[in-house]
Write a protein that binds this ligand. Structure first.
Ligand code: NDP
Length: 246
């Protein structure tokens, strides 16, 4: 069953990693999917082509989440192309790790802007186009609730901000029959956090499940929250973390 047939989705940061998995899954479930990328143009074109080759609809939009006008334009381009907007997934993010007094201000500003501000702008721009049954899904992190390793303070703050934003927006939007939720992954095998990277053994050491998660597993949770069966879930942060937070 293609539960998202006729729905339009916008996914930020779909050119690599978790975002690519989300684009593929939503398109496979029948949604028309627009997604943004900043630097990885070839990867983005491949993601769109793969979805189309599988019988789906996907469209790549160049939009740098550091730039408010790009973020605003991505929402407008999605609606121009597909005529509606039902599902927004705020996935694009960056993480730079280190002690606060060793992080550069432009690294801190990039985390705050891409991870938080652009998510707020994307949602704000989308709301005017979103009707009953709308879905807003943020990709937070289990680091919002558990930050066991040094150097993650600002990254964790950005993910905590998404959890709080989710609770507040859920209250604002329930009367419009729009749900707002926040997915909190633990270690997921991507460019940003490779399962064979130097930090992997430490992460596995604090987890219940002895492996990294996959982008396919996170995308399945996104698809569930985006679908009609999840109408009673709102304001929630859902962990998908192999027990990292347990
Ligand atoms: P990756 O670094 O592998 O991919 C990040 C994606 O975001 C890319 O498609 C990238 O596009 C895009 N992106 C980055 N900066 C910008 C920007 N300025 N404008 C537009 N797009 C941008 O990350 P992951 O897939 O690992 O992470 C995806 C989400 O999951 C993030 O929110 C992350 O915080 C969260 N997460 C990931 C975990 C993990 O272990 N992997 C754990 C917990 C949460 P491009 O290359 O085109 O610039």
């Amino acid at each position: 069953t293609r539960l998202l047939e006729g729905k339009t989705a916008l996914v930020t940061g779909g050119s690599r990693g978790v975002g690519t998995g989300i684009v593929a899954r939503l398109a496979a479930d029948g949604a028309q999917v627009a997604f943004t990328y900043a630097n990885s143009r070839t990867r983005a074109e491949d993601v769109a082509a793969a979805a189309v080759a599988s019988g789906g609809i996907a469209h790549a939009i160049h939009a740098d989440s550091m730039k408010e006008e790009d973020v605003t334009s991505a929402v407008a381009q999605t609606v121009d192309r597909f005529g509606s907007l039902d599902i927004v997934v705020n996935n694009a993010a960056v993480g730079t790790f280190g002690p606060l007094d060793e992080l550069k201000m432009d690294e801190i500003d990039a985390m705050l802007t891409i991870n938080v501000r652009s998510a707020v702008v994307t949602i704000r721009e989308s709301l005017g186009h979103m009707g009953s049954g709308g879905r807003i899904i943020n990709i937070g992190s289990i680091n919002a609730d558990r930050t066991p390793f040094p150097g993650q303070s600002v990254y964790a703050l950005t993910k905590g901000a998404l959890a709080s934003l989710t609770r507040g927006l859920a209250r604002d939007l329930a009367a419009r029959n729009i749900t707002v939720n926040n997915i909190q992954p633990g270690p997921i095998d991507t460019d940003a956090n490779p399962a064979d990277g130097p930090a992997a053994p430490n992460m596995l050491g604090v987890m219940a499940v002895d492996r990294f998660g996959t982008t396919v597993e996170v995308a399945a949770l996104v698809a569930y929250l985006a679908g009609p069966e999840a109408a009673y879930i709102t304001g929630s942060s859902l962990d998908i973390d192999g027990g990292f937070g347990a």
